[in-house]
Design a protein around this ligand. Sequence first.
Ligand SMILES: Cc1cc2ncn([C@H]3O[C@H](COP(=O)(O)O)[C@@H](O)[C@H]3O)c2cc1C
Ligand SMILES: O=C(O)c1cccnc1
Length: 338
Amino acid sequence: MIHFDDKAAFAAALTDLPMPDAAALEAAARRQAMLTKPAGSLGRLEEIALFMAGWQGRESPCAERIRAVIFAGNHGVAARGVSAFPTEVTAQMVTNFHNGGAAINALAGMCGAELSVVALDLERPTGDICVGPAMSEAECLNALNAGAAAVDPALDLLLLGEMGIANTTPAAALCAKAFGGTAELWVGRGTGVDTHGLTRKTEAVQLALALHGDVCGDAFETLRRLGGREIAAMAGAVLAARIVRVPVMLDGFIGCAAIAPLAKEAPAITGHCLAGHVSAEAGHGRLLAALGLVPLLNLHMRLGEGSGAAVAAQIVRSALAAHGGMATFAEATVAQAL
Ligand SMILES: Cc1cc2ncn([C@H]3O[C@H](COP(=O)(O)O)[C@@H](O)[C@H]3O)c2cc1C
Ligand SMILES: O=C(O)c1cccnc1
């Protein structure tokens, strides 16, 4: 299991990212070329099969062991009226996840994922990012390691989700810090705030950037100051998954914002990540473009929880079913292209 001993270990891991298995990639590409279809006719399904082959290190990758992890955390900035819902909903939804009643329970079931829920100190919200750092160094490191601990090297695919009332606000701050642009450019309606709520979010992001913008020296410090526990956990999970070459399916705006500070330092961090979907949250499309990711789906979802990632995992399963299950031209005695 991966564990980051201190922030220096986290920073060091970010500068030493493993790459996919070139031999497996080549073998998978050779197999792909022999399957009974015109070259490229399965479009992105072919790319996904090669992506999975490279990270799993085998010619015929599989999607049997899929885990969806939902990290939950509470946010001090919620007190500024930046969400349409009260903060109790975070813990209530955690109970709902355990009872099987949330969207992600149904959707994880459909893609064959086991669901794991990691509640991170819900009774202790982070500090309000407008007046101080979200977390102490120890809290941030703990959150990163909670994410790393959710990564089992034996997984075929890891889906990352989150639950945390108000977390689209720190997510917007992380995007603005990593990729520039005004607060307005990155804030969106989240759970459905009205125009006044949107103004309060914009102001909160502006205050947070004014306070921390110049002192976020690296990815750890940025996550610590502007992020939140579930956000840092997703970042830790992405980096840990990379170390053990487990491919990751990202979900919506918050999950992608979690890796923005990492991507600013090490753009290659997205190499083992697929973007499940582009959510309806205003900044998500722009964020995906900045991360260099092309979403698999655009279903106008704006839920979080890993819901879009779980739907997209079914596309991965389809890609691998074709890649592993189709006959070759030789096996099926089908004539090849002229
Ligand atoms: C019942 C309910 C279930 C959810 N599941 C995910 N979210 C999503 O909404 C929150 C972010 O939006 P904001 O920043 O506006 O609070 C996060 O918890 C996210 O996971 C939910 C929100 C609610 C209300
Ligand atoms: O993009 C998301 O995942 C999202 C958007 C709004 C609210 N919660 C999550």
